[in-house]
Design a protein around this ligand. Structure first.
Ligand code: GAL
Length: 668
């Protein structure tokens, strides 16, 4: 539970370093990251290493008993490398090469880039692998295509050939690729792997969507391979220290699951307020979405248990276009949210606000003067102080007290994100939003969410598993769902489940045929409405709006109808069904993509039926209570006060029973 910051000594005059380290130490910061983006300063000419500056900074950290996270600098290849090997640069669709400048101007498939990365990472690891202040290593920074576009795949020769190689390994023969891609459609047959090109974007533009899906898989693998190259070097030199890289939430270029096996700790970067949510209310606009934030925390925890928050928005950012002024104290709330969800550490980008460069409007913990704390800096200091009230052993002892009676399993499959992006069918469908609605419904009932992955073992004893929008499935996926229900589990499946195989091809059979057995219903038809248009669905005599997707269900005998459509020509058609299965299990099929109130009500109903007990009584939306050992942590993402549901006589260690807007309370 340490708190820290990125620091870029190479961006500041050397005679200020000691003072900056003093300031970090005075503020109580316990971790400093260095080295990120400093490739040129470390290796100003090919093979000539300059590490004295970094060594001095490491000593400054050591003298102040600060932990160091060292970063490999590969996100910012130096000019000499680009000059010598222009082929490391990504190539655009029209064949033009990117140019030097900024960062991320490399393609992970480039052999020259890989060689240069091996050289710098080896030198860095040999030099500092055993340094006593270094606690962990961050590889690269936020893997993504150059312009962070959600779409672009490099079009360079090495990527083309790596894509073909990957396809060869996956399919073995061109005939089997033709089948998987449905190439009989419009006679898109290939006769040789060498004829194949990686598409420029995830959007098929009326081309072959199956090819785009494979391109997404390949591209993620390309970054994972590049990461592994570095991780394998580090492993030889760093002993027990952890290795990680920092992910962006729901970012499509890399599936964190592809990288997880090669790192020992998962980490992400959280920027909760961007102004992109066009919500005029304080809580949405200035505090962010707690379900969004917490889902990614729990996703990170789902791989190894160990995770950390590497970058946490410290105030204004420069890149969103809407420089939202954060709600007072919300940064403190974000820090506690991460800790309550089990983060080993929380650090921020960055210590000093820069005076120059594209991010000069990006706040840090201190102003560009290097001394004056920003409002975010003050909140970091506040939490560092509050942490002194917490007994770390007790906090951590209760870390993973998995309690099946208060936990919901939420099945998340990254591949589905790619396929929805490539072939959305309904414009309004957002898989991240759909997943978050279920997350939020569980959280506000005081239930903990365990993020589950297909084909990985799920914790024994889990009573309720929700699998939102698992559109592509294979036999093993279906088998896993069957086994869960067959063993007495309660399963929730939703619209757009099991419509296709993992190549994205429909079945030669009824819609969703692999699960029809399990759900005891059939899908007669589906409907979707345009933006701002709402249909109505009725459950327990209450009406709710829906608009994104609605399956019209036909319930088999013995299957209960929990909700029906209540307008349009199909009023009366079933929207949600439930059927009992052996050993007391059940399958609920939520055929309608309702909004928060509807999903909340359905989860509430199921939790009551199954007897799940929240770790707190039901809470208003945007409020969470999390148990850690003997502690209860209340996180209030509302701009109104809430009263903590604490027992009489509870001892408050942080905050009070009346929790202020954007406030935190911890009681024992
Ligand atoms: C992150 C990135 C940082 C910094 C930050 C600005 O995405 O990893 O290096 O650019 O954004 O908010």
């Amino acid at each position: 539970m340490k708190i820290g910051t990125y620091y870029y000594p190479e961006q500041w005059p050397e005679n200020q370093w000691e003072r900056d380290f003093d300031r970090m130490a005075e503020m109580g910061l316990q971790i400093v990251h260095m080295g990120e983006f400093a490739w040129f300063t470390m290796e100003p000419e090919p093979g000539k290493f300059r590490f004295e500056w970094l060594e001095r900074c490491l000593e400054m950290a050591r003298a102040r008993e600060m932990d160091v996270i060292l970063c490999t600098p590969t996100a910012a290849p130096p000019v000499w490398l680009v000059q010598q090997h222009p082929d490391i640069l990504p190539t655009a669709e029209d064949g033009t090469r990117d140019r030097f400048g900024g960062r991320r101007h490399y393609t992970p498939t480039s052999s020259a880039m890989r060689e240069a990365a091996v050289r710098i990472v080896t030198a860095l690891a040999e030099k500092f692998g055993g340094h006593p202040s270094v606690v962990g290593w961050q590889i690269d920074n936020e893997y993504s295509s150059k312009d962070m576009s959600r779409l672009g795949f490099d079009q360079g020769a090495e990527t083309q050939s790596a894509f073909r190689q990957w396809l060869r390994a996956k399919y073995g023969s061109i005939e089997s690729l033709n089948r998987a891609w449905g190439n009989q459609f419009w006679n898109q047959y290939y006769t040789d792997f060498d004829q194949i090109l990686i598409p420029p974007t995830r959007e098929p533009r009326y081309g072959n969507p199956h090819q785009n899906l494979d391109a997404s898989r390949f591209w993620s693998r390309a970054f994972a391979d590049f990461n592994k190259l570095q991780a394998d070097i580090l492993k030889k030199h760093v002993g027990q220290r952890w290795i990680t890289t920092n992910f962006m939430p729901f970012h499509l270029d890399v599936d964190p699951g592809a990288i997880a096996p090669d790192v020992s700790l998962m980490a992400w970067d959280s920027y909760p307020i961007t102004g992109w949510v066009r919500s005029p209310t304080n809580d949405e606009y200035r505090m962010g979405d707690p379900a969004n934030i917490s889902f990614t925390h729990d996703l990170m925890a789902s791989y190894h248990g160990r995770w950390g928050l590497l970058e946490l928005q410290p105030g204004h950012v420069n890149w969103s276009g809407y420089p939202v002024l954060p709600y007072p104290n919300v940064i403190r709330l974000w820090i506690w949210t991460a800790l309550a969800h089990g983060a080993e550490f929380v650090t921020t980008y960055r210590f000093r606000q820069p005076r120059f460069g594209i991010e000069l409007f990006h706040e840090g913990l201190v102003e560009p003067d290097g001394v004056t704390p920003s409002p975010g800096g003050e909140q970091f200091v506040h939490v560092i102080d509050e942490l002194k009230q917490i007994d770390k052993a007790k906090w951590n002892a209760g870390a993973d007290n998995f309690d099946p009676d208060s936990t919901v399993g939420l099945l998340f499959d990254f591949e589905q994100l790619w396929w929805y992006e490539t072939l959305p069918q309904a414009k309004r469908w957002s898989q991240p939003h759909w997943v978050r609605l279920w997350y939020q419904a569980a959280a506000r009932r005081g239930l903990r969410v365990k993020v589950l992955h297909p084909k990985q073992p799920w914790p024994a004893g889990l009573k309720l598993v929700v699998a939102p929008g698992m559109q592509m499935v294979d036999d093993a996926d279906v088998q896993q769902l069957h086994e869960f229900v067959g063993g007495g589990g309660h399963l929730v499946l939703t619209c757009r489940t099991a419509l296709m195989d993992r190549n994205g091809q429909l079945w030669e059979g009824k819609l969703a045929h692999p699960i029809l057995d399990m759900i005891g219903a059939e899908i007669e038809a589906y409907d979707s409405l345009p933006e701002e248009c709402w249909g109505e669905v009725e459950m327990d005599a209450k009406k709710y709006p829906w608009g994104v997707w609605g399956d019209l269900l036909y319930a088999a005998e013995g299957t209960k109808v929990l909700a029906k459509y209540s307008n349009q020509f199909y009023a009366g058609a079933a929207a949600v069904t439930q059927c009992k299965r052996a050993k007391g299990g059940s399958t609920t099929y939520c055929g309608v993509h309702g909004e928060a109130a509807f999903v909340d009500a359905l989860v509430e109903r199921l939790a009551t039926q199954i007897g799940l007990k929240g770790q707190s009584p039901p809470l208003p939306s945007r409020v969470q209570v999390i148990r850690r050992g003997p502690y209860h942590v209340l996180l209030n993402y509302l701009d109104t006060q809430v009263v903590a549901p604490a027992a009489k006589g509870a001892r408050f260690l942080v905050g009070t029973r009346r929790v202020e807007p954007a406030g935190v309370a911890i009681w024992e």
